[in-house]
Design a protein around this ligand. Structure first.
Ligand code: 13P
Ligand code: SF4
Length: 364
């Protein structure tokens, strides 16, 4: 979803990198403890260097929920993460996203209307009381509220397995949206088979499935994906292994299962960082995730060779929208008493989304 980001004033557009650096440093020093800058691992280095804390989406939610001191939380990440931070922070705290166009194409693949339509269609075919809706963190607050109301939970790539186990302890099947790959990879890791899963296409009647398929599937997987992670292929893993027979392959679970099946480890961005840290010096590591994280890992571990498995590296174009110019514009606004790009969620949506987010935080 495209939001209305106003163009930056010339002062920021024309600034030299050195100027932006000194403006950010000065504003950050002035705001002191009133400011908390959170940075997702896919952020550019020119932004990440200013983050008070870095993390994957699960860790950043924990940090947002735990911090009650900062008046302003500047979220260097994407829109759904900032919305979640607004829901999890206290009423006196304001969450800001430096560029309102930093959305997520995967999150936009499921909207409230189509999920409600799916729910109603399924209600006519299966016992809806036994269906548990699970939304990936990468979704709007409206969808998080939907799962909160319907007895489901949010999950991230860190705790997807624990959340799905929890869901299947209270129902017979799950409707998992919007990322089919995280749902499929997690289900397979739990010991389920492809035959236990059905792909729900929101553009087709009853998701393009028969009544029998809806009844028999344990996992109804929404037909959504991440355009960055879907690029990785088994051929890339084969090429890496041919060049580096002792190499280590790490994949984010938004990557297709054909790639995850060939990986040495599959995990969230935090888990990928830990796996690189744990690898012996001298190792060569091929990673299937966003390029800014891969490049940062390579720079921070000069005694290991860390490369992307995709030779035509593709950054997350929405994470990339956050740059030093937007950060400087936001921070100088705060110093001047102007809160730009505040992210807010209406009270009723926030109430139910919080139920689903708190379930997520409690299931690890
Ligand atoms: P993490 O939960 O690993 O931070 O992933 C978030 C994301 O958007 C990956 O594409
Ligand atoms: Fe969304 Fe993919 Fe970017 Fe993550 S990497 S924010 S899932 S588009």
């Amino acid at each position: 979803m495209l939001r209305m980001q106003v163009p930056l004033p010339d002062r920021y557009l024309r600034a030299r990198p050195d100027d932006l650096e000194s403006w950010i440093a000065a504003a950050k020093a002035t705001l002191g403890e009133r400011l908390l800058i959170l940075g997702h691992h896919y952020q550019r280095d020119e932004v990440m260097r200013w983050a008070d804390a870095r993390g994957d989406s699960f860790r950043l939610s924990q940090l947002a929920a735990a911090n009650t001191a900062a008046e302003y939380v500047v979220f260097c990440g994407v829109h759904f993460m900032a919305e979640s931070a607004d829901i999890l922070t206290a009423a006196h705290q304001q969450v800001v996203l430096p560029d309102l166009n930093a959305g997520c194409s995967m999150a936009d693949m499921a909207d409230l209307d189509s999920v409600e339509e799916a729910w109603e269609a399924l209600e006519a075919v299966i016992d809806i009381e036994r269906l548990v809706p699970i939304t990936y963190m990468n979704s709007s607050a409206a969808l998080k509220a939907f799962v909160g109301r319907a007895g489901g939970s949010v999950c991230t790539s860190t705790n997807a397995r624990a959340v799905l186990e929890w869901a299947l302890g209270r129902g017979d099947k799950v409707l998992f949206f919007p990322d089919q790959h995280l749902g499929r990879n997690t289900g397979l890791a739990m010991g389920y088979d492809h035959a236990d899963m059905a792909l729900w296409n929101p553009r087709r009647d009853l998701g393009g499935l028969s009544d029998a398929e809806c009844k028999s599937a344990t996992f109804l997987l929404w037909k959504g994906h991440c355009s960055v992670h879907q690029r990785f292929t088994p051929e890339q893993v084969a090429a890496f292994r041919a060049s580096h027979p002792d190499g280590i392959v790490l994949a984010h679970p938004e990557t297709p299962y054909e790639v995850c099946a060939l990986a040495d480890a599959v995990g969230s961005t935090d888990a990928i960082i830990r796996a690189v840290e744990a690898a012996p010096p001298g190792s060569t590591i091929g990673v299937a995730t966003e390029i800014h994280l891969v490049q940062r890992l390579a720079a921070e571990h000069p005694d290991r060779t860390v490369v992307s498995l995709d030779p035509i590296v593709c950054p997350c174009s929405t994470m990339f929208r956050i740059d030093a110019a937007h950060l400087a514009w936001i921070l100088e606004g705060l110093v001047g008493g102007e809160v730009r790009n505040r992210i807010t969620v209406d009270a009723d949506t926030a109430r139910w989304a919080k139920v689903a987010l708190e379930r997520m935080l409690s299931i690890v």
